[in-house]
Design a protein around this ligand. Structure first.
Ligand SMILES: Nc1ncnc2c1ncn2[C@@H]1O[C@H](COP(=O)(O)OP(=O)(O)OP(=O)(O)O)[C@@H](O)[C@H]1O
Ligand SMILES: [Mg+2]
Length: 234
């Protein structure tokens, strides 16, 4: 579904990503783990079309994605939930969710899509008339994911969805990621919390200083000695 080859990118003259190779197949959760500043967010921004690659290729569903506008990529099904969530604070939960419809031509199935989001996160149904800015951190994360789902993604990219959440809410969100995958949406999950991400992921990549240094199934990496030492504190 997503095929990345030799991808390099950065900011101004500062190169951050060095020749990344990465794939996400249909039906997979793929984790991208790495320390602070490793380049995880930069990777997602480059895949979303917000940062322009200096070398390499990105194909999505067989089509070239480099140089395509971010909004067009969203319409094609490549959708990122950004770090910090970027909600419309003064709008209600339901209004935020409906914002996810902008890439779609017909609202015909909007109510069915809303129902699917509310089924995934029942608290959002309870709070549908409440302003987004008054939600708790965990509820805001759910809303950001819900809004992304309203665009009908084929590949959903999540940037540290568990940041700032209690262990219990982290599980709620990561459980939802599994349900999303089981509904047929592939997921690229960026996490500093390597233990949980590797546990959940079908496959994973480890990013260090802008290079992929290890890849394998989630299980393989979770038991890899280097990963255990560097990322799991074991
Ligand atoms: N807009 C920018 N301009 C210049 N440098 C940037 C910019 N954004 C990020 N960087 C630099 O790029 C490097 C990678 O940052 P990035 O945000 O991709 O890391 P990350 O792996 O997501 O880290 P974190 O886990 O802290 O979110 C860092 O050294 C950072 O300082
Ligand atoms: Mg980041």
């Amino acid at each position: 579904m997503l095929e990345v080859k030799g991808l390099s990118a950065g900011y101004h003259h500062l190169q951050i990503l060095h020749e990344l190779d990465l794939e996400v197949h249909e039906g997979e959760i793929v984790a991208l783990v790495g320390a602070n500043g490793a380049g995880k967010t930069t990777t997602l921004k480059t895949l979303s079309g917000l940062v322009r690659p200096t070398a390499g290729s990105i194909t999505f569903g067989g089509d070239q994605a480099v140089g395509v506008r971010p909004s067009e990529l969203v319409a094609r099904g490549l959708v990122q939930v950004p770090e910090g969530r970027a909600l419309f604070g003064p709008l209600t939960v339901e209004e935020n969710l409906r914002m996810g419809l902008w890439t779609r031509r017909k609202e015909a199935r909007a109510s069915a899509d809303l129902e699917e989001v509310f089924e995934l996160f029942p608290i959002l149904l309870e709070r549908r008339k409440q302003l987004a800015e008054t939600l708790s951190g965990g509820q805001q994360q759910m809303l950001a994911i819900g809004r992304a789902l309203m665009t009908r993604p084929k590949l959903l990219m999540l940037d540290e969805p568990s940041t700032g959440l209690s262990p219990k809410l982290t599980w709620t969100v990561l459980d939802a990621v599994k349900t999303i995958r089981d509904r047929g949406v592939a997921v690229l999950l960026v996490e500093q919390n390597a233990a949980q991400a590797l546990n959940l992921a079908d496959r994973a990549y480890v990013l260090e200083s802008g290079s992929i240094v290890l890849s394998g199934t989630g299980k393989e990496l979770a038991t890899d000695e280097r990963v255990r030492k560097a990322y799991l504190g074991l």
